[in-house]
Write a protein of this length. Structure first.
Length: 368
């Protein structure tokens, strides 16, 4: 699903300005007043390094070729000290390069007033271009940027008896952790009474993270406080339009605020699925596999793995009783509403799964 939002302004009509938000929504603003220098500087600061360097090289080539054409048109106004022949395009290009870089090896000398004027203009353009390119380069290097990867999908699964939206994010720059990270989530929903779309904040189970270094699961419970309460996979698109997630934190290296955002649309949601584990715990290392960031599996597959853990945690007699007890629970879950489901939580780390099994063992022992 790709939406196109169009906003019509009231200024002098120029060309439409297009912005790309989270790679999904294209906003076209018509009637905006164009600021050439400001817009170009903003583009050079926000674009990729490849495009940034290509723009600098193209600007340099255009200038030296343009002034080379001026010098060639005034070929009689240049003197080549190393040969007696008239100056050609190659000589004019060399003079343009020497003037642009303020080198001047003395092999080609301007003679006429027009040639001297062109050299002076090219010199000032070179000074301004060098200062501007240096400032842009310094701004790009000195400004902190986040490398937070969001999962492509958001999952709706029962966690501790309540349907919960789960989104997973990963810090792709583990050598520079993010401190005092805050996550804010808002839901764009339809308001039939007002006849408009409204952005409603969503309460998270944990909206802050003291140190975000590897993986973080963002959970929003679809309870009575949620703007999406009562929605399921059948009527999800009737009221819900988008999920907007924003991450804000302090970069450890630059000690500056960094931001990241992502929009999830109804087509990005998966029901009754859980994320695959992407973390491997070593002796002194934690390995995160980004290839599985958005990989999911059905909840039934998770139940099989938990059954394996239970089989290796309980005694044989306890395992048989637990299997029978779980079978009865699964049958009851099919007859009750999804919000009353007692399936295990998704998104746990391996160590949390073991804690879940230990907790179930205590509950089962007390029940018996």
């Amino acid at each position: 699903m790709k939406w196109t939002k169009k906003a019509v302004g009231t200024g002098k009509a120029n060309f439409p300005v297009q912005y790309d938000l989270s790679g999904r929504v294209e906003v076209i603003v018509k009637g905006s007043k164009t600021q050439v220098i400001g817009d170009c500087a903003f583009f050079l600061l926000r674009t990729s390094w490849t495009k940034f360097l290509c723009c600098l090289v193209m600007a340099y080539l255009i200038l030296i070729l343009g002034f080379a054409g001026i010098y060639l048109a005034e070929a009689d106004g240049m003197i080549c000290l190393i040969k007696d022949e008239p100056c050609d395009f190659w000589d004019a290009l060399n003079l343009s390069v020497h003037s642009m870089s303020t080198i001047g090896f003395g092999s080609i000398v301007p003679q006429s007033a027009l040639a001297h004027s062109a050299v002076a203009v090219e010199f000032w353009i070179a000074v301004l271009m060098g200062a501007g390119a240096g400032g842009l380069l310094f701004s790009r290097v000195s400004t902190a940027s986040s490398r937070v990867a969001f999962s492509d999908v958001a999952l709706v699964t029962n966690i501790r008896g309540c349907p919960t939206v789960t989104m997973r994010i990963v810090n792709e720059r583990p050598f520079s952790s993010l401190f005092d990270v805050t996550c804010r989530v808002s839901a764009l929903v339809k308001d039939p009474k007002a006849g408009m779309r409204i952005l409603v904040p969503c309460e998270l189970e944990r909206s802050t993270n003291m140190m975000f270094r590897a993986v973080w699961n963002i959970l929003h419970r679809l309870d009575e406080k949620s703007p999406l309460y009562g929605l399921d996979e059948h009527n999800f698109e009737d009221k819900f339009l988008a999920f907007v997630v924003q991450i804000e934190g302090t970069d450890q290296t630059y000690m500056q605020k960094v931001f990241a955002n992502k929009c999830y649309y109804p087509s990005d949601f998966r029901f009754n699925e859980s994320f695959e584990d992407i973390m491997t715990m070593g002796t002194n290392t934690i390995t995160v596999d980004l290839k599985g960031l958005s990989t999911t599996r059905h909840v039934a597959e998770r139940s099989k793995r938990l059954s394996f853990l239970r089989a290796n945690t309980f005694t044989p007699d306890e395992a048989k009783k637990m299997a029978a007890f779980q079978t009865d629970q699964d049958k009851q879950d099919e007859d009750v509403d999804a919000s009353a489901s007692t399936r295990p939580s998704d998104g746990f780390l391996p160590s949390e799964e073991l804690e879940c099994v230990d907790a179930e063992k205590e509950i089962f022992t007390a029940a018996c």
